[in-house]
Design a protein around this ligand. Structure first.
Ligand SMILES: [Zn+2]
Ligand SMILES: [Zn+2]
Length: 367
């Protein structure tokens, strides 16, 4: 390490000290904890951090040049230039145009070290809609999701889809089974009290029609895989079951029993809670909406705002046959779960945490 490179570009008068990490020595400021990388050292550090990367050139991926900052390179006394870390990730890094050294403030180190993943993630999130996604939504009226692929296979999501489908098909094909299935497994406010706790769980796996089943299973598949990936299988299963119970209780609480007992089936309440969680944890994802024949990408909070709006309107005009309170109650429950657990989940999923930073620029309008 050169002895001339002594002072911190940030604190100016303070001296950088050599700190040994696993592989190499870096110069760090004891006061502000910023780190100085000599020419090429940052690329080696990033490549070392990622097993699948042999060589990395961070300069190749820098975003917009913001201009000269007021910091001086303490190696060659040139004014350092500020750049966005990536085109759509606006963390600002200081680069010396003369000696190619890089200065990272303490809070930037994690983002810069993870920049290869951030770059790949942004490429996925920022894709434009295609003619295929357009045709799919035109035909099905279902949204298309833009989010990262889950690392874990979503076994619980698949399991719920299989169980719901089998129960529905069994009711359709086995003569005389449909009514007893609904009577025992659906939620019935007139059922004996010893049976109701059981029905609060089982009604989440029963559906009333093909459209009801297909619509719910599509949405479950859409948002469930990412949530299961973030939470892990068992915690996700608990979330699904508890959400369905909370949603059913919300419906029961507000149900007008003068027109007969409450009979409720469907995964909608549990899925509505997953919507709430998804909106809080995956604000960098997009869901498409079709306006006449124009497909647009929406941030999850806009998408679910429209979805909530449809439910509130449906409830106000008194459209029966849909458990609006279960939808809205489940959604609120999911928002609360999402908010209260957000910081813990982000600590456990570094990439999610970085993608939730305000410096991200997700592209949603077509360019
Ligand atoms: Zn300093
Ligand atoms: Zn320099």
């Amino acid at each position: 390490m050169p002895s001339t490179m002594a002072r911190c570009p940030n604190c100016v008068t303070l001296t950088l000290v050599e700190t040994r990490t696993a592989r190499q020595a870096v110069l760090q400021c004891d006061h502000c904890r910023g780190v100085w990388f000599e020419d090429g050292a940052l690329n080696r550090a990033i490549a070392h951090k990622h097993e699948h990367i042999d060589e990395y050139d961070h300069e190749e991926h820098l975003g917009a040049k913001i201009g000269k900052g007021d910091r001086l390179c303490r190696r060659c006394d040139s004014a350092m230039e500020r750049y966005h870390l990536l085109k759509h990730y606006e963390v600002e890094v200081d680069c010396c145009p003369s000696c190619d050294g890089v200065w990272l403030d303490r809070h930037e180190v994690t983002e810069v070290m993870q920049s290869p993943q951030l770059k790949d993630a942004l490429a996925t999130l920022n894709r434009s809609t295609s003619w295929r996604s357009w045709a799919f939504q035109l035909l099905t009226q279902m949204p298309v999701e833009f989010n990262l692929k889950a690392h874990r296979t979503p076994w619980v999501t698949y399991g719920i889809i299989v169980l719901c489908s089998l129960l529905f098909i069994a009711g359709q094909v086995v003569p005389g089974l449909e009514m007893p299935l609904y009577a025992w497994l659906g939620f019935n406010s007139d059922a004996p009290s010893w049976l109701q706790p059981f029905q609060l769980v089982t009604h989440q796996f029963m559906h009333g029609s093909w459209m009801h089943l297909l619509g719910n299973m599509y949405f479950l598949w859409l948002v469930g895989d990412n949530i299961e990936d973030a939470l892990g299988h068992w915690r996700y299963l608990m979330l699904y079951l508890v959400s369905g119970i909370a949603a059913a209780l919300a419906e029961w609480l507000f149900f007008d029993a003068s027109g007969g007992p409450l009979l409720m089936v469907g995964a909608s309440g549990s899925i509505a809670a997953l919507f709430g969680v998804y909106m809080i944890w995956f604000r960098y994802a997009s869901l498409t909406m079709m306006i006449v024949v124009f497909q647009i990408k929406l941030a999850p909070h806009w998408y679910f705002l429209f979805w909530s709006g449809f439910n509130i309107v449906g409830m106000l005009i008194g459209d029966t046959g849909v458990a609006y309170w279960a939808h809205l109650g489940g959604f609120l429950f999911g928002l609360v779960v999402g908010l209260t657990s957000k910081s813990r989940i982000m600590e456990q999923n570094l990439l999610m945490k970085l993608l939730n930073q305000p410096e991200i620029r997700v592209q949603r309008s077509s360019r």
